[in-house]
Design a protein around this ligand. Sequence first.
Ligand code: THF
Length: 279
Amino acid sequence: MKQYLDLMQDIIDNGTDRGDRTGVGTRSVFGRQMRFDLSEGFPLLTTKKLYTRAIIHELLWFLNGDTNIKYLQDNNVTIWDEWATEEGDLGPVYGAQWRSWACPDGSTVDQIAELIEQIKTKPNSRRHIITAWNPADLPDETISPQANAEQGKMALAPCHCLFQFYVADGKLSCQLYQRSADYFLGVPFNIASYALFTHMIAQQCDLEVGDFVHTFGDVHLYHNHLTDDIVYEQLKRDPGNRPTLTIKRKPDSIFDYKLEDFEIEGYEALPSIKAPIAV
Ligand code: THF
């Protein structure tokens, strides 16, 4: 994925060094976009090995409406550990907003179920939108993620906060708006996750896959990733061929997928690159 390396170089060349919420500091640019034609293969980074099990489990966990890390921990996925309370709680993060957005009258909206229904019945609609950006539930950034979750707020404000689908010529495309993007650690996960989600929805709606368009607000490299053995090592590597994704059966609904349903073939990645996560 040459595009991924090109934007990494763009951040290095054109970015501004700034402070951030985590205290680590970043180099960032504002407003960028990448586009992946999903019919040309699955956009899984090949210039470092990604842990696809974690990506799939995280998406299935979101789709279950779950916001407690117990499911992830039971499956040896640790990517949300740093933000959870002792009981494993994250407050009303993605899963809660996607599946049970709270309305003033006490009812809830299942944005995912409505999305699937709308894509099937009104493919030309311009409102195939899911939002996790719920101002009523945003955290108070002067206190810790755990303290926010204890008070019923999100542990962390959503980074991949709004996405839209588009149907044309029998193909389903997805565009994500990501307000804040940890380019080295998070973005390879985010690309794979939304590409996977687009494949699943396309299967449920009897469509082929189109493009995944990834639009960024503040896209940054953490200062402690700008080292010879992390970011500069990544930039030295040559991208390989894209693997392919096969979904082995058609589950009854978008909520019935399991890890074993997905097969990624031809994934020949260079070795993983470890990097510290900013909390
Ligand atoms: N916070 C920060 N600073 N970056 C993020 O990408 C991020 N997320 C989620 C919430 N807060 C964030 C969590 N997603 C990894 C990947 C994605 C994460 C969190 C952590 C990570 O450490 N990946 C390593 C190891 C993975 C493993 O083996 O478990 C990697 O090498 O890829 C963005 O949505």
